[in-house]
Every structure is written in C-alpha cells, then in structure tokens.
Design a binder for this molecule. Sequence first.
Ligand code: RP5
Length: 162
Amino acid sequence: MAETKVGIIMGSQSDWPTMKEAADVLDELGVPYEARIVSAHRTPDRLWDYGKTAVDRGLQVIIAGAGGAAHLPGMMASKTRVPVIGVPVQTKALSGVDSLYSILQMPRGYPVATMAIGGAGAKNAGLLAAQMLAMHDTALAERLDAWRAALSASIPEVPTDD
Ligand code: RP5
C-alpha cells in the first residue's frame, strides 16, 4: 500500500463536509491520505500525539480545518515541523471570519499556510498539498498538470444566458 503522506485533521465531525473537499481532490489525484478528528480543545492529548508522531509516521503535509476559535492548525504547527495548511471552516455566528483570523494571525516562527474560508479553501488545501508532493513525484506532477489543464478547458470563453 502507498505510504500516507497527507494528514487531514479537523476539529469536529461537523467539519467533515467542508474538509471532504480536500479529500475528494486528493482522491482525484491519486494521493493517499488519512482523515482524523483531532480537536485542540476537546482532545488536546490526541492533538499532542498526532503532532509528536507526524514526522516519524512519514507525513509530509498536514491539512487542518477548524471553525470558531480555530486553534487546531496553529497548535499543530507548534508541535511539528511538518508543514500545516489551515482551512477556516465557515461558522454560523460569524461566517468563518472568526475561524480565518484564528488561523491566520500566527506569531513569528510558527507558520500556517491559510486558505480561504469554507469549501473553496478546503479544495485548495488539497491541491496545495498535492503540488507540494509533486515537487518530488513526477507522476503526480503529470496528473496535476492534466487536472489543471482540464479545469482550464472547462471554462467557456463566451458567457451564455442559461
Ligand atoms: C470547532 O468547533 C470545530 O472545528 C467546529 O468547526 C466547531 C463546532 O464544532 P461542533 O460543535 O459542531 O462539534 O472546534
């Protein structure tokens, strides 16, 4: 079985519909991943263990999504040098701006690559993870080039009324 190089983690089951966008695009590109619920507030020991073992388990990039007081991506970045891509999950109360600011405003020394709020951010997180892995994986690079070309080709040049 191919080695799992991408970890998708999220603060709650309720984040999965958003984070599944990252998983789906990784499936499309043939990138193996694992998906886990790891909450900074509700399961801090799980967060600690995940971060502590990430390098030894061969993870090369972690996609972390959370909403509200979204501390998961930043705390994971403080625990492991595996690059963390943060996805701000859209919230009801503040539309995800709370999540965005929580993830974006990291102190010097512990970067999180922060995506857009919601599904678009999650999908781009999957793509960015794949692009990072493609730097050292020619076959994946070719699949990514084809994926991007297909997206471009699907965009009509002339708008219609439909
Ligand atoms: C955060 O609180 C999670 O990432 C989720 O986005 C939000 C709400 O969680 P639930 O109350 O739906 O479990 O920790």
